[in-house]
Design a binder for this molecule. Structure first.
Ligand code: E8X
Length: 620
C-alpha cells in the first residue's frame, strides 16, 4: 500500500509589515494645486540569488540585473523558467529626480499595488513596508528628496504565500488541483531536496511584481486628506453628502457640475441637485456629475453618481428597482502582462462586456485596478468588489486556528472600502471567495460572523456585504445564509455529476429548494465548464463548445424558474493562466472568451440570452 505522506515545507517569513492600514486613498490627480509624476517604464530587476533573501539589496546587486517593465508581473517577462517558479524576494530599481518647481510642495510616493508584499528603499533607507498585493499604499518623501538631486528607488517584492497571507498558500501539501500530495515514493519525499515553492490554494497563477503604476504626486502643504460621498434620492432631487477630511481645521467649499459644465449645486456638506439625473447600470444612463472640493489652496475633483442600493426581501434594489445581475467572474490576467495593469485590455473588456449585453462582474478574487472602476462608473457596469481572501482552508487542520490572517483580513477590508467607497458602480462587498466553512463549521461561523459585523459599519453607504461560497454541504454551512446576499459557486454537471445534465439539474433544484426557504436573494456567482475553442461535437460532451452552451442553457432554464435567484455569473469571462497541475491544460479554460478575448459559442449564446433579459424587474 502506498505510504501517504504530507510534506511540510514551512517557509519562515517575517511578515513584519505595517498593519496600520492606509486610511487615505484618494487617487492621484493633476490639477491647479496638484501634480503627478508617473514612474512607469523600464526598471532594473533581479530575482533573489539566495544571498538576498531578507528583502534588502544593495546598489551593486544590480550590477548584472535584467530589464523589467513596470507596471507588470515579472513572471512572463523573461524566458528564464525561474521567473515563473520563483518563491521569495525579487528586486526592482530605478532612479528619479523631483523637479525644483515641486520642492515647496508636499511630496508623496504611491504604489497602486505590489504583489504580495513590499519593502521600499529610498537612497538605501527603508521608508515603507506593506503587506497585501492588490491595494495602494503610499509614504511622504517631502523631506527625503533634495532639490533637483537624483535619487535611487529600490523595491523588494516578496511573492510568498502561506497560511498568514491573502491569497492563501498551503504550507506543504497540496496546491489547488496540484499533484503534490500524490503518492510519491518516500525516498524522494525528504524535505531537504526541495527548494522553497509556493503552493497556491487557489486556481490562478501566482503572478507577482509591481503590478500597478508607481507615482510621485504632490499636494499643497495643507491639503484634502479624504472625501467620503453618500447619495440619496428625494423625489425628483438627488442629495449628495460630502464628508471632507483636511490636514488642519478650515473651511471647505464644494461645487457640483453637470455634464455640460453647469453648476447645479454648491455648499460645504450636504448638497441637493434639483431634478437630478440618476446613475443607472447599462444599458441605462450612468449619469455622472463632477464634484470639486476646495480647501485653502488645495483642490480635488471626483465623479459622483447619484444612486441608491438596498436589499429588500429577495430583491436587490438599485434606485429602488429590482436589479438582475448578468455578468461574470473575471480575472486581471493577460498574456505577457500577467496580472499587470493593462488599460488597453480593460478598455477591450468593457467593450466585450457590452457586446455580450452583460451589466456586471465580480472582481474575483482580489480588488482590481482603480482605473477599471472608473471605466465602470462611466459605462454603467455594476461591480461586486472582492478582497484577496481566497483559498482559506486547504488543510486538514482548522485554518481559522492555525492561520494568522485575521487582522490582515480586517485591514484589507478597511483599505478596500476606503479605496472604492465613492464608486457608484460598486454595489456590494465580498469578504472573500470559497473559504472552508464546513470542515470546522463553528470556527468558520465565528470567524466570518465577526468579520461581517466588522465590515458593515466601515461603509457609510451601508452597501450589502457577502462572501462567495463553493460547492459544499449547504445544510452544514451555517454562515452563508446570514449574508445580505447568498452568493454560491456551483458546478453540478462539471466537477460533480460530470456531463450528466439531467442529474445536475435535479441536484441543483434540490439545493435551490433549500435556498428558497432562506428568504434571501441568491446569485449564482460561479458555474462553468472548461471548453477548448474549436473543439466541436455533434453530441455534446465535456470540453466541447457545444457542451458549454448546453450546460449553461440547462442550468439557466432552472434558474429562470426561481424568482429569488437575482443573478447569473458564468465562470469565467475569459480563459486565464493558473498553476500547472493535472487538471489544467494551459490554464483554466472555462472562459466564454479565449484569453485573447475571442468569443466561444457560449459568448454568442449569452449575448442573445442577455439581450432578451431586462436589467430590472426580471421574473416579476
Ligand atoms: C474552477 C474555479 C476557480 O477557477 C475559481 O477561482 C474558484 C473554482 C470552482 C470550484 N472556483 O475550478 O474553475 C472548485 C471546485 C473544486 C472541486
Amino acid at each position: 500500500m502506498a505510504v501517504r505522506f504530507r510534506l511540510w515545507v514551512h517557509i519562515p517569513i517575517s511578515l513584519s509589515w505595517n498593519s496600520q492600514y492606509n486610511q487615505h486613498m484618494l487617487y492621484p490627480e493633476i490639477n491647479k494645486a496638484r501634480n503627478v509624476m508617473d514612474l512607469s517604464g523600464v526598471w532594473s530587476f533581479r530575482l533573489d540569488d539566495g544571498k538576498h533573501s531578507d528583502g534588502y539589496a544593495e546598489e551593486k546587486f544590480f550590477s548584472n540585473s535584467t530589464l523589467i517593465a513596470v507596471p507588470a508581473s515579472y513572471n512572463d517577462l523573461n524566458e528564464n523558467p525561474d521567473f515563473r517558479s520563483h518563491c521569495g524576494w525579487a528586486y526592482y530599481k530605478r532612479t528619479f529626480t523631483v523637479p525644483s518647481s515641486l520642492s515647496s510642495e508636499r511630496i508623496m510616493l504611491r504604489f497602486d499595488a505590489v504583489t504580495h508584499s513590499a519593502k521600499v528603499y529610498l537612497d538605501g533607507k527603508l521608508i515603507k513596508e506593506h503587506q497585501g498585493g492588490f491595494l495602494p499604499f503610499e509614504t511622504e518623501i517631502t523631506d527625503l528628496v533634495k532639490d533637483g538631486e537624483e535619487h535611487s528607488l529600490i523595491v523588494a517584492v516578496d511573492n510568498r504565500i502561506n497560511h498568514s497571507t491573502l491569497p492563501m498558500g498551503n504550507e506543504g501539501g497540496t496546491a489547488f488541483f496540484g499533484s503534490d500530495n500524490a503518492d510519491v515514493p518516500s525516498v524522494i519525499a525528504a524535505k531537504k531536496w526541495r527548494k522553497p515553492v509556493n503552493l497556491p490554494n487557489f486556481d490562478f497563477f501566482n503572478y507577482a511584481g509591481i503590478n500597478r503604476p508607481v507615482r510621485i504626486y504632490t499636494t499643497p502643504k495643507e491639503y484634502i486628506k479624504d472625501i467620503t460621498v453618500t447619495t440619496a434620492i428625494n423625489g425628483d432631487d438627488g442629495v449628495i453628502d460630502f464628508d471632507v477630511e483636511t490636514s488642519a481645521p478650515g473651511p471647505v467649499s464644494i461645487t457640483v457640475k453637470d455634464k455640460e459644465g453647469k453648476i447645479v449645486a454648491a455648499g460645504n456638506k450636504t448638497l441637493t441637485v434639483k431634478n437630478a439625473r440618476l446613475w443607472w447600470p447599462r444599458p441605462g444612463d450612468p449619469y455622472l456629475y463632477k464634484a470639486t472640493v476646495t480647501y485653502g489652496s488645495d483642490v480635488y475633483t471626483l465623479n459622483v453618481g447619484i444612486r441608491t442600493v438596498e436589499v429588500k426581501g429577495t430583491e436587490f434594489l438599485i434606485n429602488n428597482k429590482p436589479f438582475y445581475f448578468k455578468g461574470f467572474g473575471k480575472h486581471e490576467d493577460s498574456a505577457v502582462h500577467g496580472r499587470g495593469f493593462d488599460l488597453v485590455l480593460d478598455v477591450k473588456d468593457i467593450s466585450m462586456i457590452g457586446w455580450m449585453n452583460a451589466n456586471s462582474f465580480r472582481t474575483s478574487h482580489y480588488p482590481y485596478a482603480e482605473e477599471m472602476y472608473d471605466l465602470c462608473d462611466r459605462e454603467g457596469i455594476v461591480i461586486i468588489d472582492e478582497t484577496p481572501a481566497v483559498g482559506i482552508g486547504g488543510t486538514s487542520e482548522d485554518v481559522y486556528k492555525i492561520g494568522h490572517f485575521q487582522q490582515h483580513h480586517k485591514d484589507v477590508l478597511k483599505d478596500l472600502i476606503e479605496r472604492d467607497k465613492n464608486h457608484p458602480s460598486v454595489v456590494m462587498w465580498s469578504m472573500g471567495n470559497e473559504p472552508d466553512v464546513v470542515t470546522f463549521p463553528d470556527s468558520a461561523y465565528d470567524y466570518w460572523h465577526d468579520l461581517y459585523e466588522y465590515t458593515k459599519p466601515l461603509d457609510k453607504q451601508q452597501r450589502p456585504v457577502t462572501f462567495v461560497v463553493n460547492q459544499n454541504n449547504y445544510e452544514r454551512d451555517r454562515i452563508t445564509r446570514e449574508m445580505d446576499v447568498v452568493c454560491i459557486n456551483r458546478y453540478y454537471g462539471w466537477y460533480n455529476l460530470s456531463g450528466d445534465m439531467d442529474a445536475a439539474c435535479y441536484a441543483l433544484n434540490l439545493e435551490l429548494d433549500f435556498w428558497e426557504k432562506q428568504n434571501k436573494p441568491v446569485i449564482l456567482t460561479e458555474y462553468g465548464a472548461d471548453t477548448l475553442p474549436g473543439f466541436h461535437l455533434s453530441s455534446p460532451e465535456m470540453f466541447s463548445e457545444e457542451f458549454q452552451v448546453m450546460y449553461y442553457d440547462r442550468i439557466n432554464t432552472e434558474l429562470d424558474k426561481r424568482k429569488f435567484v437575482i443573478g447569473e455569473h458564468p465562470w469565467n469571462f475569459a480563459d486565464f493562466n493558473t498553476i500547472q497541475g493535472p487538471m489544467r491544460a494551459d490554464g483554466n479554460r472555462k472562459g466564454l472568451l479565449t484569453r485573447d478575448r475571442r468569443p466561444k459559442m457560449s459568448a454568442h449564446y449569452f449575448r442573445k440570452r442577455w439581450s432578451e433579459i431586462p436589467d430590472f424587474s426580471y421574473k416579476k
